[in-house]
Ligand binder design. Sequence first.
Ligand code: GTB
Length: 294
Amino acid sequence: MPCSRSGAPQSLRVDPQFPPFGTALGCVFFASIGTCRIGSGPFVIGSYKARRVTCAKDIRRRHGFRGWPHAITGSLPVTPTITVFERSPDRGRGLARDMRVRWALEEVGQPYEVRLVSFGAMKEPAHRALHPFGQIPTYEEGDLVLFESGAIVFHIAERHAGLLPDDANARARAIMWMFAAINTIEPPILDLVTAKLVEGDKPWCEQRLPLVRDRIRVRLGELSARLGAADWLDGAFSAGDLMMVAVLLRLRMSGMLDEYPNLSAYAARGEARPAYQRAFADQLAVFAGKPATG
Ligand code: GTB
């Protein structure tokens, strides 16, 4: 009976991208007496016609949406599966990029499955069919397959309330910060990782490292100036903060983050979020009792 879905608009999850009562979608709300009434007796305030739902559903389908979130939990009908390292050089201490995906899923309360992959299996055709570059994380949800942690977090944030603001401009700015995290802040940090881990034995490494660190400091200084005394980058916590904190945390071991107390406190605020803590614990649990690689 569609009533469980279409007849209970009060309990329908309000997806900011597809507002249930959005006239902009051209959906008819009070069009006619339909199958389900809202309220009862003298408090009947209207009726809810299946057409409104159908309309919204068509729009969701055009955007690749394949099901309704559970009315109460907000969970997707298909439990997504992510791939993570079977063994990680950091023993699951939050540095591998599945961490940001886990964190996003925890923030929105979406349960998920985990499939462990070895370094060898990542390069096999079966995994490359999911991820052309033979890496983790991947994300499978029904017949949707995604790779790239930024794209996956964006997808999760779009499909659930909680990680992107409703206001269109604030939403665009949150997405901007996601890009800033992975496109402006993360590259010089990755350069440092490469310089230390891959080029560490090269004779020119000692000369290069200060240059690499200075390039990171330029960006951290600029980010620090923008954040100022604010808790988050643009109002409430968003997917932009999630990505930025995840990127900044890669610097923690280097001590460079501590040179910018407001950035250090910002990263700590992110880490203190219960969703982060759950994601961290789950990532760590994979490695309990397993020897580290690398
Ligand atoms: N741009 C992609 C994304 O954001 O999803 C990058 C994905 C990526 O680099 N994945 C890495 C991977 O699969 C794991 S996260 N590497 C294996 C390979 O390329 O063969 C990078 C990473 C790994 C381990 C640690 N660590 O243990 O400290 C930190 C970060």
